[in-house]
Ligand binder design. Structure first.
Ligand SMILES: [Zn+2]
Length: 457
């Protein structure tokens, strides 16, 4: 049995925070309440407008109070001036599909049997910290035990542990949990049970409902999940691996689909695309969102052939005890033989076509990664997704950044608070040396991370 360095829940989180915040000293974070001015950098504000040179952003406490160009914006006399000369300055990134409870280990059966006692106290806080260091100031966690999801989200919100602002689903809702996964997968049996399970999640305070394998449920069950979620003001996110998952999800009114599925099929069937077009034509329903989580499908062979070198980067170890690091490292031996990625090389040639079909059908694409799945790490996934969009799928860099900032905040209903750099919003801001509109992969090593006015990096 493992001995968690940060043991049982709740009381342990604060103690754990001390352990985890070596690079984020609490005294320093608390001292940062004054006025700051970020001066000189090129601002990409998240709305999609052309970058603004020689920008000034004035922050008071947790909020942005003024944005403009040098000379046009008054810098308060008492402001701490942070030079962003030569840097790209942009809203903190969102990752709309992370899994804090996993950390790149390749054996789910082993992970799910050994590590649940460490999820809340060690694994999820470490993942959160790694995301924040990578410039991810908001993240949507799609599938983890309920109490742990809420506890970690709230501990971050209270400033007890460092991490992105989290939006959590708690357990997946599906037809039947796979054996050994009942902690974070809830099966539903009939429409009444579906409503009851969603109500339990809503009353516990989740931010979103995650639906999967909806093609194995009855249509009444799927509809009950979506209706009950919407009744509580919660959006529904659903898998789209199979055509029938998409059809049922669309019929029921799912708000956001995840993944670019359909295995090795060359494209989405015509009737599915027709249904998507019919949905996106209904302006009153708002955008239909899609999180393709595509980077690992493009990067699989690179990870397979270079994982030893990739593991030399220290960021994925942050906050994890040595025995967990060693376990993950060992699990990556024979990455080439993992059934999980068996058909990935065959899927890749189909991805560009599927991505384009979705965009042509009018969906709004969101940056999300599935970070934590085998061979992927929370500190590396988000920039890789942006890189693939821009360099392999031909998305304009400013548009890709918009899909990692403005659109996610709108999707989660918080665009008035966060997601763009404009007066009144929370100061969630990152900066990196160089021009990200020219070299998006510069985002792999951000120089400055500010979340709610507090500088973490
Ligand atoms: Zn996932």
């Amino acid at each position: 049995m493992l001995r968690p360095p940060c043991s049982t829940r709740r009381t342990a989180l604060a103690a754990c925070a001390l352990l985890l915040s070596a690079s984020f000293p609490a005294s320093e974070l608390q001292a940062q309440t004054g006025t700051k001015a970020l001066v000189g950098g090129t601002l990409i504000d998240g709305f999609g407008a052309p970058p603004l040179r020689n920008s000034v952003i004035v922050i008071e406490g947790a909020r942005i109070v003024d944005v403009g160009q040098v000379g046009a914006v008054a810098i308060p006399a008492d402001a701490e001036v942070i030079s962003t000369e030569g840097m790209s300055v942009l809203p903190g990134l969102w990752d709309m599909h992370v899994h804090l409870m996993i950390a790149g280990h390749t054996d789910y059966t082993h992970w799910d049997s050994v590590y649940p006692p460490l999820f809340e106290s060690v694994i999820m806080p470490a993942a959160a910290r790694q995301l924040l260091s990578a410039g991810v100031t908001s993240a949507r966690d799609l599938g983890a035990p309920l109490e742990a999801s809420i506890a970690v989200r709230d501990a971050i919100e209270r400033g007890e542990i460092p991490g992105p602002t989290l939006y959590v689903s708690g357990p997946f809702i599906q037809h039947e949990p796979y054996p050994g996964t009942e902690l974070f997968r809830w099966g539903v049996s009939g429409a009444n049970d579906a409503r009851a399970k969603v109500r339990r999640l809503a009353e516990a305070g989740v931010d979103v409902i995650k639906l999967i394998d909806q093609d194995q449920m009855t249509m009444e069950e799927v509809q009950a999940v979506v209706d009950e979620a919407h009744r509580h003001g919660l959006p529904v996110v659903a898998h789209s691996h199979r055509p029938e998952e998409i059809r049922r999800g669309l019929l029921a009114g799912v708000d956001n689909f995840e993944h670019t599925g359909l295995a090795t099929a060359p494209e989405y069937p015509a009737d599915v695309i027709e249904m998507i077009r019919a949905r996106t034509a209904q302006m009153n329903l708002g955008p239909l969102y899609w999180t393709p989580t595509i980077e690992v499908l493009f990067n699989y062979e690179y990870i397979r052939d270079s994982w030893r070198e990739l593991l030399d980067a220290p960021c994925w170890k942050e906050g994890l005890p040595d025995h967990v690091i060693e376990d993950i490292r060992t699990s990556l031996e024979h990455f080439d033989q993992l059934p999980y990625f068996q058909i990935t090389p065959n899927r890749r040639p189909t991805l560009k076509r599927k991505f384009e079909q979705l965009r042509e059908a009018g969906v709004v694409m969101l940056i999300g990664t599935d970070s934590g799945i085998p061979g992927t790490f929370h500190c590396q996934s988000t920039w890789n997704e942006l890189d693939i969009w821009v360099n392999r799928l031909g998305v304009d860099p400013v548009e890709a950044i918009r899909s990692a900032t403005y659109w996610p905040s709108l999707m989660m209903g918080v665009a008035d608070e966060v997601g763009t750099i404009s007066p009144g919003k929370y100061a969630d801001i990152i900066a990196v040396r160089g021009d990200v509109t020219r070299y998006i992969s510069l985002l792999q090593d951000v120089d400055l991370v500010i979340k709610r006015g507090v500088r973490y990096k």
